[in-house]
Design a protein around this ligand. Structure first.
Ligand code: SF4
Length: 442
């Protein structure tokens, strides 16, 4: 059993983070390798954590949740230690990583696996080219943790009972094709390295990817996207080779006039601890530009006060709050999605609490591949049917994109309409026509 008595992760202690971490540096809990090797991936390991409070006797519920989940389980001891097990059902960290069968609601009928249609816009395996001047590089299909709400559930992590993952070929065998495409497509000036998560890349691979991208003269910006700082911050303070690789790429980029940045994924202020503060401080001092992308989720951060606190605390760490996404359509997480209306309300509450450049844009990543749209920018939004219609003139000018509110936010009658294929088709065609376009069935 992984016993963590005495390892409690204080959200913030009065001691300066760097000195506390330095003092604990020999402690195994502060070691990323220990965290990774003790990550919980099986139900029997999780059982050992669920021995008290509201969590006791809930294993069957977890097993039912996992049976339906699109993502395998992988949770670091650090994250498990942040869960308030006495508040098991409501805890915002638990909700992101441990599914419960009793929470799962029927998915919206517009749900599709790979809802953003990334595979359709991949000119070479492992590279998504949807926006004109930007590409998304899928460098790995592994992460330090697996989130229930992952958009890329079609390919990231291990197979689950409900999803056989679409594996990409080993990275090295597709790397030459990716580089050839980037060199031959100078319109691409911005590359996001994601996956999966760059925290799972070996330092040598991280360095090689960064340096190879820097060798493409047309690329002006490189972003490493990671959940790692939120779930395994001790990687930065204990895996010096990895952190040096990141800093070396960043420094080399600066010398060549290329911005290299680090995009984090914090969803709740509780995720910011002394470990996070030490890691963020180290990265800031070593010149790493950081921005954060959150996902808006019911029961996690769908509260203006929680979001305001998150924005403030990230700003204090010099992590610029950049985006808040409405939750994508993913099977088994309908209960975590929020309506467009609620996203607009929270955005209004947050705007004005701090400097504009530290105020995140609230966006819908439009299903079907329209890319990110400002949540307020719908052409049409019917609160009764819960359907918002967006245009994406710079991405796909001839198409409209719809984002549906979660079924449970609608009236009984509207829910019944969505569950009837003929009436659902009518809801779609009415919304598209109300947005000023002609309905064309595809
Ligand atoms: S860390 Fe990112 S890519 Fe990995 S499971 Fe979570 S959301 Fe998906």
């Amino acid at each position: 059993m992984t016993t963590l008595t005495g390892y409690a992760v204080a959200a913030v202690s009065s001691e300066a983070p760097m000195s506390r971490i330095a003092r604990e540096m020999n402690h195994e809990f502060a070691d990323a390798a220990w965290q990774e090797s003790h990550a919980v991936t099986r139900v029997d390991q999780l059982r050992e954590w669920m021995v008290s409070g509201a969590a006791r006797n809930q294993m069957r519920d977890v097993e039912l949740g996992l049976a339906r989940a699109t993502m395998a389980m992988r949770i670091t001891p650090y994250i498990l230690n942040l869960i308030d097990w006495s508040n098991f059902f409501q805890d915002p960290i638990r909700k992101q990583f441990i599914p419960l069968g009793s929470e799962i609601l029927p998915s919206h009928p517009l749900l599709k696996l790979d809802s953003l249609r990334e595979r359709e816009t991949s000119p070479v395996e492992g590279l998504v080219h949807r926006y004109h001047d930007k590409a998304l590089l899928l460098a790995t299909d592994r992460c330090p943790v697996y989130c229930r709400f992952c958009t890329r559930s079609y390919s990231v992590g291990l197979d689950t009972q409900s999803v056989s993952k679409r594996r990409t070929s080993p990275f090295q065998s597709r790397w030459d094709a990716i580089m050839a495409y980037l060199r031959a497509t100078p319109v691409i000036v911005d590359v996001v390295v994601s996956g999966g998560d760059c925290f799972r890349l070996k330092p040598s691979r991280l360095l090689a990817i960064g340096m190879d991208l820097l060798s493409v003269s047309s690329i002006r910006r490189i972003r490493f996207a990671t959940k790692g700082l939120a779930v395994l911050p001790m990687k930065v303070t204990s895996d010096h080779e990895w952190t040096d690789a990141l800093v070396n790429v960043s420094d080399a980029g600066r010398t060549r006039g290329v911005e290299v940045s680090f995009h984090t994924h914090f969803n709740h202020p509780v995720e910011i601890t002394d470990y996070t503060m030490a890691a963020a401080e180290l990265l800031f001092k070593r010149g790493i530009r950081m921005r954060n992308q959150s996902v808006l989720m019911a029961g996690v951060n769908d509260d203006p006060e929680v979001m305001k606190q998150l924005v403030k605390r990230l700003s204090d760490l010099h992590i610029q709050p950049y985006y808040v996404y409405t939750c994508d359509l993913v099977d088994g997480i309908e209960h975590m999605r929020c309506s467009v209306r609620l996203a607009c309300q929270i955005e209004k509450a947050v705007r004005g609490i701090t400097a504009g450049y530290n105020t995140p844009s609230f966006v819908v990543d439009s299903p079907g591949g329209g890319g990110k749209r400002d949540v307020h920018s719908f052409e049409h939004y019917d609160r009764q049917t819960g359907l918002a219609v967006y245009r994406a003139p710079s991405v796909r000018p001839d198409q409209l994109f719809t984002y549906p509110d979660p079924l449970q936010s609608l009236s009984q009658d509207a829910q019944a309409a969505w569950l009837d294929p003929q009436r659902a088709k009518r809801l779609l065609s009415d919304a598209v026509e109300a947005a000023g376009a002609k309905w064309m069935e595809v």
